[in-house]
Ligand binder design. Structure first.
Ligand code: MYA
Length: 545
């Protein structure tokens, strides 16, 4: 996930001095070999200026994405039919002289470091260039080596003469359920072009190349998130921020003391208990994978759109980013994800996770160079359900060894390009979703129980994030976050994140915004069906990194 967002713990003005990347020394001089790049890239057929005129979207209007003028009544489904491999372009798209495509091998430490360096200096900044995402090498390795990953979807562009990596885009396989339909799709992320090569129409070439590679692998749909508005968002969520280290956030200009409050009261407002409160809360282990998978699949089935994780993905997402123990020294080296479960009488009733995504502070006037941000990741609970809302458990769960529809199609010889709508969940995994009630139909009592439980669970996540030395916990308005955000002192930020589907048409899905005055007109779902916004949550159950 890659939002353009401005992190503010408070909605009030910060009085913060904006520092440019240049001033911060992040990109001060053209690195060797880049000196002639701008000249070289000028040879690209650049129609940037023309494209910008009147928001024409010269590129996006040619792509199989929902267009603003599309009839909203069109049935959900693909915009273009799947294509057999012989109809997919066999060679990579042409690049200008002295540029070459590379497939980045993220298991090679040097190549991983190159991607890390490119992103650290050139990736997403907030609107006034005061912060820039700083994904660690461990994070990129964890995020992009997702189960079933296809190395050819880790696409780079190098300058041939210097071998410098100057652009990148990546996809990982992802089973996405939108409404009742599941698509084997790719989650696209980390699109980045070196600052000196911007506005040369290189991004569309990267997007077309990764599309070609995905199509060759039998994948024809994608999901991606962008801070800005492109054709055409199908969901929009807002960033919320929960201050942990108020002093540091004030010093970095991330937040400010609200008018009418003194500094000490502001800092005291964000104090937390020193220990977690929920009995049975502990770190997730490998033994919990099946139980967490069961819980999560069922929980996510309540949303209009959500991933469908296999147990293998659950193990990867929540365990493989735990970093390495450091022989008694608190904390782990290279830790990316933190995942906890609640075990009650031998049963896992809750799970919750967050991941580490620091930002470089680009304002040279502060002594702090990095903001340590934890982002709320997936969570699930069954502690809130009872009676009718509980849903009928499957009478006899199918054996866990049965083949998924996808695997069965492989065995039956169905060609790769015709398998994209077949689920990779085994029958037992799929059965975990049975009987879940949509978030729209849950009773008020269930919502109230859910709110109580999630507030307790997330309060403990805040305590754990604080113990792990994070400065702030960020989340979006997706999933059930609206139920606990205000009570736990998450405040709205300036950033919004738009969700897009490639080659899939769907009705917009509520992203949990619309209730506040400054959110009017931003929620594509509200635009489609005007009415009071839901105060209870969102239909969007996706959290991208
Ligand atoms: S979002 C994170 C994006 N990265 C950053 O923001 C990092 C900092 N910025 C940069 O590196 C550059 O500014 C980028 C654009 C590379 C973003 N998503 O080359 P250009 C369109 C989609 O002259 P540049 C993430 O990673 C723009 O509207 N399109 O522009 C998810 C215009 O088209 P049109 C974007 O500034 C990425 C054209 O590109 C984005 O030099 C999902 C201009 O090209 C953007 N973030 O470079 C990608 N930014 O004229 C789509 C600009 O039509 C995946 N543009 O308006 C689609 C699915 C593909 C797989 C399908 C498989 C089936």
């Amino acid at each position: 996930m890659a939002p353009t967002r401005k992190e503010r713990a408070e909605a009030s003005a910060t009085g913060h001095t904006t520092g440019s990347a240049e001033a911060a020394g992040a990109d001060a001089a053209p690195p060797a070999g880049l000196r002639n790049l701008a000249k070289l890239m000028a040879m690209l057929p650049s129609d940037a200026a023309a494209a910008k005129r009147g928001g024409e979207h010269k590129f996006w209007k040619t792509q199989p994405v929902m267009q603003p003028e599309d009839n909203p009544q069109l049935a959900p489904g693909p915009i273009h039919a799947n294509t057999p491999p012989e109809k997919v372009r066999a060679e990579p798209l042409p690049l200008p002289a002295d540029f070459a495509w590379v497939t980045v091998d993220l298991d090679d430490a040097a190549q991983l470091q190159e991607v890390h360096d490119l992103l650290t200096a050139n990736y997403v900044e907030d609107d006034d260039a005061t912060m820039r995402f700083k994904y660690s090498a461990e994070f990129l390795h964890w995020a992009l080596r997702h189960p079933g990953f296809d190395k050819s979807w880790h696409v780079g562009v190098r300058v041939v003469s210097t071998q410098k990596l100057v652009a990148f885009i990546a996809g990982i396989p992802h089973e996405l359920r939108v409404g009742e339909l599941s698509l084997h799709s790719t989650e696209i992320n980390f699109l980045c072009v070196h600052k000196r090569l911007r506005s040369k129409r290189l991004a569309p070439v990267l997007i077309k190349e990764v599309t070609r590679r995905c199509n060759l692998a039998g994948v024809f749909q994608a999901i991606y998130t962008v801070g800005s508005v492109l054709p055409t968002p199908m969901s929009c969520a807002r960033y919320y921020h929960r201050t942990l280290n108020a002093q540091k956030l004030l010093e970095t200009g991330f937040s400010s003391v609200p008018l009418g409050m003194d500094r000490d009261a502001h800092i005291a407002r964000f104090e937390l208990p020193s220990a977690t409160q929920l009995p049975g809360l502990r770190e997730m282990t490998a033994d919990d994978v099946a139980a967490v998978g069961h819980l999560l699949r069922r929980y996510l089935r309540r949303f209009d759109m959500a991933p469908q994780f296999t147990d293998e993905e659950v193990a990867h997402l929540f365990l493989s980013g735990r970093g390495q123990d450091t022989n008694g020294v608190p904390g782990r080296r290279g830790q990316v994800t933190w995942t906890y479960v609640v075990e009650c009488d031998g049963r896992i009733t809750d799970m919750a996770s967050f991941y580490s995504l620091p930002s470089t502070v680009l304002d040279g006037s502060t002594e702090h160079s990095t903001l340590e941000a934890a982002y709320l990741f997936y969570y699930a609970t069954d502690a809130a359900w009872a009676g009718a809302d509980a849903g009928a458990p499957p009478v006899a769960p199918p054996p866990r060894t049965d083949l998924s529809p996808y695997a069965a199609a492989v065995n039956a010889g169905v060609p790769l390009w015709q398998r994209s709508a077949l689920s990779r969940l085994t029958p037992a995994e799929a059965a975990d979703e049975a009987g879940a009630t949509s978030w729209r139909e849950e009773s008020l009592q269930t919502k109230a129980r859910l709110k109580t439980r999630l507030t307790a669970l997330m309060q403990d996540m805040l305590v754990l994030a604080k113990q792990s030395k994070f400065d702030v916990v960020n989340c979006l308005t997706v999933m059930d976050n609206a139920l606990f955000a205000a009570d736990l002192k998450f405040g709205p930020g300036d950033g919004f994140l738009r969700f897009y589907l490639f080659n899939w048409r769907t009705e917009p899905i509520p992203g949990g915004i619309g209730a506040r005055a400054d959110e009017q007109g931003l929620d594509p779902a509200a635009e489609m069906s005007p009415g009071p916004p839901s105060v209870y949550g969102a239909g969007n159950g996706i959290v991208m990194v």
